[in-house]
Design a protein around this ligand. Structure first.
Ligand code: ADE
Length: 278
């Protein structure tokens, strides 16, 4: 069960990009359990459809394939969602992607692809949702960024793009306040998910290695992000806009050089979504 009130989002409609896997799937799952209707969108139509079938057991979910880098596809996504459900309350920009590489060997094509997906895609989604619905009706947007606060070595492209989304969040919160639109971001720390694992490759289990360097001595789980996203979308966050909430249990503040935290198990995961069978 979500920590939020049952039926909190009954009658509401959300679009979640990247809503079929990883953190996006957890967000979709929690929204559905709270009664929200959800449109999930991402590039891979087949995987998206499969996820929609599974999530359809939980609530009313529709999959619409969309490459968020493409203006016409984003415009079509928003209009199809509005056609289907007649309204839009929430937009969660979770869809993104990157690959590991030092800057010295990063191609311009690779750089542009990551910036276009993570920054331009978010811009296009926000603008279209606003122009087609939020401007006249209000709404709430949450952008998912990353733990890029102290730079993002080996992932400089996504670090730059996602920090830019933090600033975009601030600009939009001011530009759209008079229309009743709140815009916030969530910055997850090391959260273990299928999507994240694909990013980091299969050679070494990065999550096992990194645990030691986290204040929690464990990685996060997607449900720990979705609960914060749902809170930000909810009326409980009616006085929050333009902010970015770090969901990292302090990892962005911590370096072992400054302060050592011995191994402990005092911050166990609150995991209410069963782990998917692999
Ligand atoms: N997820 C990763 N890349 C994407 C893209 N270009 N469009 C939609 N979802 C994505």
């Amino acid at each position: 069960m979500s920590v939020l009130r049952p039926n909190l989002f009954r009658g509401s409609v959300a679009i979640v990009t990247g809503g079929g896997s990883g953190i996006g799937r957890a967000i979709t799952y929690e929204l559905l359990t709270l009664g929200c209707k959800v449109v999930i969108a991402s590039r891979n139509a087949e995987r998206l459809e499969k996820a929609a079938k599974e999530l359809g057991e939980v609530g009313d979910v529709t999959s619409i394939p969309c490459n968020i880098r493409k203006e016409e596809e984003v415009q079509a996504l928003i209009s199809q969602a509005l056609e289907k459900y007649g309204k839009l309350d929430f937009l969660v920009n979770n869809g993104g992607g990157q690959f590991m590489s030092p800057v010295e060997s990063m191609s311009l094509k690779g750089w542009n692809a990551v910036v276009e997906t993570n920054l331009t895609g978010t811009f296009l989604m926000c603008r279209e949702a606003y122009n087609q619905w939020f401007k006249a009706n209000g709404g709430s947007i949450v952008n998912i960024v990353a733990d890029m606060w102290r730079g993002f070595p080996m992932m400089a492209h996504t670090g730059a793009a996602r920090h830019a989304v933090v600033n975009l969040t601030q600009s939009l919160a001011i530009e759209w306040a008079e229309d009743g639109v709140r815009v916030n971001s969530v910055a997850p720390g090391m959260v273990e998910s299928s999507t994240a694992a694909a990013n980091y490759g299969k050679e070494a289990n990065v999550f096992d290695v990194v645990k030691e360097y986290l204040p929690t001595k464990r990685t996060g789980v997607p449900d720990e992000v979705s609960s914060v996203v749902c809170f930000l979308l909810s009326p409980g966050a009616s006085f929050i806009s333009g902010t970015t909430i770090k969901v990292d249990c302090g990892s962005s503040l911590y370096t072992r050089l400054m302060w050592n935290i011995d191994n402990h198990d005092k911050l166990p995961a609150y995991q209410w979504i069963p782990k998917p069978k692999l």
